[in-house]
Ligand binder design. Structure first.
Ligand code: AMP
Length: 464
């Protein structure tokens, strides 16, 4: 199997991939007790406690941040709160020294991953490419950003294509460790679990779209690619102050997909991330899913999607019981209603494909694609990052999680109970790293590994 996996990765690496839209800078602070103490003392424990009770949903001023941060520290739960007031960036930058800056955003993470794996060519498009953002792309000769020069499409490394005046989306990530302690008035707080508090930038200036100048060249980009991975739609806002709205951006997003597919039947994968607003979630599903071939998501997302499609009972069951049978049922509903070629669902213990019976790949082939995906994620979890194709081998030594046999049993049971003749389905347990160096981007790694190996297998059969 080891040799087979390496061969499959080699075949995937011969592909040319396009990925868009979301990138951001993850600025990381390893939080110390003294830093938290300094913030509490500056605003006063009473004021912090009062604001904590109010539980602000967004960060509009520094006290909102301090209150939500202290709340997260007390519970030890990972949380993300949007920063809506752009002017506060200066306050953060003068109050904190960032320990590391890292590539964030699915398109950026996937572009760096595929480039490091030595794929033939990786073209990444993100509408905002400031210098600070561009520098987080890996310096690989197979990685390109599309630019228009003298009316022609030219591919340049992102570091050579940045625009000084572009806005930057910086997500500030405060990593905290269990045992960190500080005083909140009379109370001594000790952080119960390690985790992170994310201040995610949600500014008007950051949007998800393709610049007008580039749009006419999307068919050319589609033609030179074997597949496209699109993500970032969760960053669309329902309304903007200039009058534009989600309908506008989704109409344009639809056009982009059709343009990419105009010159050939380019396979498009949409990586779905959670969307808080049910209204926006529904719009993304109904507008875009019917146009793409493949969708990837995790299991809480499938529950949200089913809820938006009008299956609240099934969604609730998936949330509460996490039963494989319900996820399979939900997956069947989704590929039927949206007519997807393939749906991939990843969870902590298993990864699954659901496709229609006429899918060109056999269930065994689907299995090897999932195997490659979990092996790649395990390699990344072990190493923190994948820097070369050689790193993939590290994943082959990671054992399957201890619930593996149980997972297979439940899946077989689900297959017996549900109507499955019209489908091809495959499930595999994940290779799970006990103490991962980092969990950032693991879901994106699974989806990129699954989709590219799926394409490689189609190619082997002459079906791509
Ligand atoms: P997401 O929720 O989209 O970020 O996806 C996270 C996925 O990464 C999970 O569904 C798992 O399949 C995988 N994963 C999470 N933790 C680990 C780990 N420690 N080792 C290997 N894979 C992991």
């Amino acid at each position: 199997m080891v040799i087979y996996m390496i061969e499959l990765l080699d075949e995937a690496r011969r592909l040319s991939m396009f990925t868009a839209y979301n990138t951001n800078v993850d600025a990381i602070v390893y939080l110390k007790g003294e830093t938290v103490q300094r913030l509490i003392d500056e605003f006063g424990a009473e004021a912090v406690k009062k604001r904590m009770d109010e539980y602000p949903r967004e960060i509009n001023e520094p006290l909102d941040f301090v209150a939500r941060l202290v709340h997260a520290l007390k519970t030890g739960k990972p949380m993300a709160v949007p920063l809506v007031n752009e002017e506060l960036q200066a306050w953060f930058d003068s109050n904190f020294k960032y320990d590391v800056e890292r590539m964030g955003g699915q398109a950026g993470i996937i572009a760096n991953l595929l480039a490091n794996l030595d794929f033939s060519r990786v073209v990444v498009y993100t509408p905002h490419l400031a210098k600070r953002q561009a520098e987080l792309f890996v310096p690989k000769a197979n990685l390109f950003y599309p630019v228009i020069e003298n009316g022609k499409l030219v591919l340049r490394h992102p570091r050579e294509a940045y625009r000084e005046s572009d806005p930057v989306k910086v997500n500030r990530i405060f990593e905290f460790r269990a045992g960190t302690s500080f005083k909140l008035g009379d109370e001594t707080v000790t952080v119960p679990f390690s985790g992170r508090f994310i201040v995610s930038a949600r500014f008007e200036s950051i949007r998800i779209y393709t610049e007008e100048e580039l749009k006419p060249f999307l068919p050319e980009i589609g033609l030179m690619s074997d597949g496209a991975i699109l993500s970032g739609y969760q960053g669309i806002k329902l309304r903007y102050s200039d009058g534009k709205d989600a309908n506008h951006y989704l109409r344009e997003a639809k056009k982009d997909i059709l343009l990419l597919k105009r010159e050939k039947d380019l396979k498009v994968h949409l990586e779905f991330a959670s969307i808080q607003s049910r209204e926006l979630r529904k719009k993304v599903i109904y507008n875009l899913f019917p146009l793409v071939d493949s969708v990837g998501m995790d299991e809480s997302e499938i529950a949200y999607v089913l809820n938006a499609l009008g299956y609240p009972g099934l969604a609730e069951r998936i949330f509460t019981y996490n039963r494989i049978e319900d996820t399979v049922l939900g997956g069947k509903i989704l590929i039927d209603e949206m007519n997807l070629e393939v749906l991939q669902i990843h969870t902590i213990y298993y990864i699954m494909y659901i496709a229609h019976a006429d899918n060109p790949l056999s269930e065994e082939e689907l299995r090897s694609s999932l195997e490659l995906a979990t092996t790649l994620a395990a390699a990344r979890a072990s190493l923190g990052e994948i820097r070369s194709p050689e790193d993939f081998k590290v994943g082959l030594n990671v054992p399957y999680n201890e619930r593996g046999e149980y997972v297979k049993l439940r899946f077989e049971e689900a297959k017996r109970r549900l109507r499955t003749r019209e489908y091809k389905m495959m499930i595999i347990p994940t290779r799970l790293v006990k103490n991962p160096v980092s969990t950032v981007g693991l879901g994106d790694t699974i989806s990129a590994g699954a989709f590219t190996s799926y394409l490689a297998l189609l190619k082997r059969k002459g079906a791509l």
